[in-house]
Design a protein around this ligand. Structure first.
Ligand code: GUN
Length: 291
């Protein structure tokens, strides 16, 4: 039976550390959150991020734009936040109405305020293995969860299922780094991969970020593997007050019988993403304060 990796406990420790550091700041760090439209998941995510920021003493600057907002309107909002010396960090909640707009928005953010790490400069610094940029929050959170298991990744086979900019690609690059805690052999699988099970069964570390419940069954997992479930799927459920329940991409109940370590959903990767965002906001403040 797998050990459960508790993202709530690990994220709490990080949030407590950020809160202590914020108390030492000469002014509150400030993060701006841009949300376009009313996608229900984005509303919940941005509200959660703002609530936790405020609990830590971080100021928030919410900007809500209608779904039909033109690119110019979104880019103008980003430019004015770039120019505002009171704003340390800027986050544009994905997804935006088109991928082209999302790329333009991520690229318009001042790289020194890019707390999500999706600006091309920060993604380039990730490829260079530099510590000078900002790294994306979900991949950073995943690395902390893996670190908590005590498993040494050196030479191990890590299989990443999903090739998104937000999770799949950057987490694969972090696992591949020459740094002490990495050095894995990385395989990327995606929607066009033939026979995902062939790869997943060989994985010492399996990261699943596709957004489809039941993607990974017990017979697709190597005994003793570390399984990180990034999926957040709403499943209609009349027995729940909200009318739905949240499930990951992994068949948790059966896979936990085979895996060595596994993250639950909720309570695994989700809280870590927010904790790393808060850490990035503090880092942006500290870099601005020392310029
Ligand atoms: N949408 C889903 N995950 C994320 C994230 O980590 N950052 C942003 N900006 N949007 C997201």
């Amino acid at each position: 039976m797998a050990n459960i990796i508790d993202g709530k406990i690990i994220s709490r420790k990080i949030l407590d550390e950020v809160k202590s550091s914020v108390k030492l700041c000469s002014r509150p760090p400030c993060a701006a959150f841009i949300r376009v439209g009313d996608d229900p998941a984005s509303v919940i995510y941005v509200n959660q991020k703002q609530k936790i920021a405020r609990e830590l003493g971080i100021d928030t600057f919410p900007i809500l734009l209608p779904l039909h907002a033109q690119g110019k309107e979104i880019l103008n909002a980003i430019h004015s936040l770039n120019e505002n010396p009171e704003v340390d960090g800027i986050l544009v909640q994905a997804p935006l109405p088109t991928m082209a707009l999302q790329r333009a928005a991520f690229s318009a953010i001042d790289p020194s305020k890019d707390i999500d790490g999706f600006h091309p400069q920060n993604l380039g610094l990730l490829c260079q293995e530099s510590d000078d940029g900002f790294l994306p929050c979900t991949p950073l959170g995943i690395m902390e969860l893996i670190r908590s298991t005590g498993v040494d990744l050196t030479g191990k086979h890590a299989v990443v299922i999903g090739r998104s900019l937000i999770v799949g690609k950057p987490v694969g690059l972090l696992l591949l780094q020459k740094k002490e805690f990495a050095n894995a052999t990385v395989t990327f699988c995606h929607s066009k991969t033939k026979d995902i099970a062939r790869y997943s069964r060989d994985a010492d570390l399996l990261i699943v970020a596709v957004g489809r419940p039941g993607t990974i069954r017990a017979d697709m997992v190597k005994p003793g593997a570390v399984v990180i479930d990034v999926g957040i799927n709403r499943i209609p459920d009349d027995r729940r007050e909200k009318g739905y329940r949240i499930e990951g991409d992994v068949d948790f109940e059966n896979v936990r019988e085979v895996a060595g370590f596994i993250t639950p959903v909720p309570g695994g990767v989700g809280p870590m993403t927010i904790a790393m965002l808060m850490k990035n906001t503090l880092l942006a403040y500290q870099r601005h304060a020392h310029r």
